[in-house]
Design a binder for this molecule. Structure first.
Ligand code: NI
Length: 252
């Protein structure tokens, strides 16, 4: 039994068959799906999806939308975050991959949302792309940090150790199944199983078996299989521990 701890089935790529995809995940043994609403136009859709029994939600403002932050948006975000099915603030963070986004503004909005998580006592789900050092610097400015996960982790084991020491978990996605994934393999080998979460980040990043096609929550099984293979553990044990990690982090 697994949980897809990070899915975007609200994405338009699921408009034709969203419920079929969700049902398939649960028919394949998934326990829960955590839906991520990080773009304001999709917030309502995510809230609607989380009315389904086995779907939870999280809400936040993605770093690439940092310039959209305003008081009105914050008011709406706070209402969504207080929903009983909402388990975290996310995904929030820094993304320096594409040009044209203000780094200073991203940092400011990231810190604001960390404070929001502390206020409401919920964990954070962090998106960090090509911005590892700045992320750590922001964490260091906090006397106390919320619990959380560095989602879709793509750093080295050395970098993983730093955030593990700050109390964060590491989110593992489809790329660990790709042939050229030695850095991620090393992370999985060395990070204790009780510090890992699995996620799809669907519709993107389909595991190798489905690479090039739309990703979906049921494919999270491929990620857990790969972790079992890398760590030389039984698949069931990997599922049990990672599911417990997810339940504990998000208070499910
Ligand atoms: Ni995501």
């Amino acid at each position: 039994m697994l949980i897809d701890s990070h899915a975007h089935t609200s994405d338009t790529k699921f408009d034709e068959d969203r419920q079929t995809v969700i049902d398939r995940a649960f028919n394949n043994g998934l326990k829960y799906i955590i839906e991520v609403g990080c773009e304001p136009p999709f917030w309502d859709k995510v809230a609607e999806l989380s009315k389904q029994e086995k779907i939870y939600s999280m809400f936040g403002l993605h770093p690439q939308d940092a310039d959209k932050f305003n008081d009105e948006l914050l008011t709406k975000l706070k209402i969504l975050l207080n929903d009983k099915k909402c388990v975290a603030v996310g995904e929030i963070g820094l993304d320096y991959h594409f040009e044209g986004y203000s780094k200073d503004l991203q940092k400011e909005i990231f810190a604001k949302q960390i404070n929001l998580a502390l206020e409401i006592n919920k964990p954070i789900c962090v998106h960090c792309r090509d911005a590892y050092d700045d992320m750590v610097e922001i964490f260091k400015t906090f006397k106390q940090l919320p619990k959380g996960v560095i989602h879709c982790f793509s750093g080295s084991f050395e970098q993983a150790k730093v955030v593990l020491n700050m109390g964060f978990l590491i989110g593992i996605d489809g790329p660990c199944t790709y042939p050229k994934s030695s850095k991620l393999t090393n992370v999985i080998e060395n990070v204790p199983l009780d510090k890992l979460l699995v996620e799809t980040d669907c519709p993107y990043l389909a595991p190798q078996k489905y690479r090039g096609t739309r990703n979906e929550p049921s494919y999270v099984i491929e990620v857990a299989k790969k972790i079992a293979e890398i760590k030389h553990l039984a698949f069931d044990e990997v599922c049990n521990v990672i599911t417990k990690n997810t339940i504990d982090l998000y208070n499910l």
